[in-house]
Design a protein around this ligand. Structure first.
Ligand code: NI
Length: 259
């Protein structure tokens, strides 16, 4: 087993992409030194599935919530179900929620409502929140500030904003997580932010099955590839991989309050 134990801070192992070989994918991650996996739901059904995985595997933790794409599916009854599910001790955060003004798969005002509703659930349960922000930096920041969304901490996942917003989000109580794009040759912004961010607020993730890092780009992603993201962060910061592994591992435990 590789010496550097890593945590994949954002994976979608419940996805149908793993229907045929989910157990093997998990086994490969554990054998490859991925000691924990944070498994994130994107609607009620997939949130139930993440919780089932978390109950089955001690190394897996669940984040339950409704993605901005699916915001239009979150009914008042759904909010109650989410609240009940989120009380489970294996649920470490609410999400992923936030705003996606790139694909706009739910109307923007509905995305805003679902985001605020989930921030409030997180507050009631005193749990962190996992935020998705795509092409919605300003509106996401406004809601975070207005609702004091970082009160119990949280993570901006697959961070795509600039350095000033990153610094502001840290002030608001957030950690910033980086995925495969940091390894892409044509993506300069995440690398610039990684170069300048305080290391104690940085996490690594796969967002699998999406965003496969180099050199595996073009194939299905899986948690074991978080090592490529960590390796790239180590390159950018000119630090040994072991140090980045240690720090991101510690940061992820802090962010999700995992022992
Ligand atoms: Ni995701």
């Amino acid at each position: 087993m590789p010496a550097e134990l890593l945590i994949d801070s954002h994976a979608h192992l419940q996805d149908k992409a793993y229907r045929e070989d989910r157990e093997e994918v998990i086994a490969r991650a554990l054998a490859g030194g991925i000691e924990k996996i944070i498994c994130v739901g994107y609607d009620l059904e997939s949130s139930v599935e993440t919780l089932e995985l978390a109950r089955t595997y001690p190394e897996i933790y669940a984040v339950v919530g409704v993605h901005p794409h699916d915001a239009k599916t979150l009914t008042p009854e759904g909010e109650e179900k989410l609240y009940e599910m989120a009380r489970d001790p294996k649920v470490v955060a609410i999400g992923e929620t936030g705003l996606d003004f790139y694909r706009d798969l739910s109307p923007r005002d509905v995305q805003r409502q679902a985001f605020v509703a989930q921030i409030r659930i997180a507050h009631e349960l005193k749990k962190p929140i996992v935020i998705h922000d795509r092409d919605a930096h300003q509106p996401v920041m406004e809601i975070i500030k207005k609702e004091n969304a970082g009160k119990n901490g949280g993570v901006i996942h697959c961070y795509s904003g600039g350095l000033p917003m990153a610094i502001e989000m840290i002030k608001q109580g957030f950690y910033l997580s980086f995925a495969g794009p940091v390894t892409f040759k044509n993506a300069r912004r995440p690398a610039e932010v990684v170069a300048n961010l305080p290391l104690e607020r940085l996490l690594v993730e796969t967002d699998c099955p999406y965003l496969t890092p180099e050199p595996y780009r073009g194939r299905r992603n899986e948690p074991v590839h978080v090592r490529e993201v960590a390796r790239k962060v180590a390159d950018i910061r000119r630090k040994p991989l072991a140090e980045i592994a240690y720090l991101t591992n510690r940061n992820t435990r802090e962010a999700f309050r995992i022992k």
